[in-house]
Design a protein around this ligand. Structure first.
Ligand code: F0G
Length: 354
């Protein structure tokens, strides 16, 4: 398939997906995202590390959620549903709203009040979703959504819908197609734990079909204030600057543990400070602008390298799950300088750039 006739993940990977043959595809041409070499960052971490970022911010709504949403919304429309609903820390709501708009469906999203990044909120609103700010966290919102969708003919498009994971596993296929082999390690941020579950499924299926000859060790990272998988029990009041992964009781808990154990990998926690340092390094050393959650696995790789856990030489891929423009507030707070106000003259400019 040439790039010019690329038409989204369902067309490209149809034979690997559980997708009804006769269903119309609702697509924004998601997927086909760049695998960006992160050479300067890798050199900072270890001389024998080859590091890539799977830049999922290049998806149409700026996050990896589009891969799953094209499948979930297409099937919902095929089944004659007229509305979709989800709980979200932001990106799922943005993606659901966009795909529902395209399919001519209504979209209801439940988000934790005051804890959703500005870009994501504006996306859900501009696409015409009914945005409900819940006085509670993501976990509470998800349990309400589960109850309502069990009772009413509304399609639930959170990742507990297996169609979401079907779509999201295509990112693992793309990594193998881009590298020519699976990496030694694959690291990603973990919130509700759907994505780590989906990647592991994708790698295993590609392996079973002989598309790769080894499997990566899966490395998942949570924020220290929202790390139920690390402490081994739900966190009632999760807190982190990485609002995308501010989740205390992941729905795909078992999937994440299986990915870790079957691959011989690791699930760890990183502090908000380490997340923000990695966030700044990605932006300043590599020109790669991500939202804070994506920096968690970068901080995690740094931590594991220091602790002697990683075996070198190695190839590691980090999923950069969402675009930096999603969360402009954090970007402005982290900026090393602020704009300088000057008069509109050549001399003022020259004085300022000295
Ligand atoms: N990174 C970003 C940018 C996310 O938005 C999410 C999840 C994750 C990582 C974690 O993925 O939940 O599959 O483990 N965001 C969801 C949302 C919860 O509502 O947008 P996960």
């Amino acid at each position: 398939m040439t790039e010019s006739n690329y038409s989204g993940i369902i067309e490209r990977y149809r034979t690997f997906l559980n997708f009804p043959q006769e269903a119309q595809i609702v697509s924004l041409m998601e997927g086909n995202t760049p695998l960006v070499p992160l050479k300067r960052l890798a050199a900072r971490i270890h001389p024998e590390l080859t590091l890539y970022g799977k830049f999922e911010g290049s998806n149409p709504t700026g996050s990896f959620k589009d891969r799953g949403m094209t499948v979930a919304v297409s099937v919902a429309a095929h089944e004659g549903r007229q509305a979709v609903m989800c709980a979200s820390t932001g990106n799922t709501s943005a993606s659901a709203a966009a795909y529902a708009a395209r399919a001519g469906m209504r979209c209801y999203v439940l988000v934790p009040e005051g804890k959703i990044a500005l870009g994501k909120l504006s996306q859900a609103l501009v696409h015409g979703a009914r945005v409900l700010e819940v006085a509670g966290n993501f976990d509470v919102a998800l349990s309400i959504v589960r109850e309502i969708c069990a009772e009413y003919p509304i399609a639930l498009v959170n990742s507990i819908n297996p169609l979401r994971l079907e779509g999201q596993k295509t990112a693992a296929f793309e990594v193998v197609d881009q590298l020519g082999e699976a990496p030694d390690y694959h690291a990603l941020p973990v919130g509700n734990a759907g994505n780590i579950t989906a990647y592991w499924k994708g790698y295993r299926e590609y392996f079973a079909q002989g598309r790769c000859h080894r499997l990566p060790k899966m490395l998942g990272f949570q924020a220290a204030g929202a790390a139920p998988l690390v402490i081994g029990r739900p966190v009632e009041y999760p807190e982190t600057v990485a609002t995308a992964i501010r989740i205390g009781n992941p729905a795909s808990w078992q999937g994440a543990i299986a990915a870790r154990d079957e691959s011989g990998g690791w699930i760890g926690a990183v502090t908000d400070q380490a997340i923000l340092e990695a966030y700044t390094l990605l932006a300043s050393l590599e020109g790669v602008f991500v939202e804070p959650a994506c920096a968690a696995p970068v901080a995690g790789i740094m931590q594991l390298a220091t602790q002697g856990y990683l075996q070198f030489p190695c190839v590691a891929v980090v999923t950069l799950t969402g675009h930096g423009l999603k969360d402009p507030d954090v970007a402005l707070r982290r900026a090393v300088t602020s704009p300088l106000k000057i008069s509109a003259t050549r001399d003022a400019v020259l004085r300022a750039v000295e």
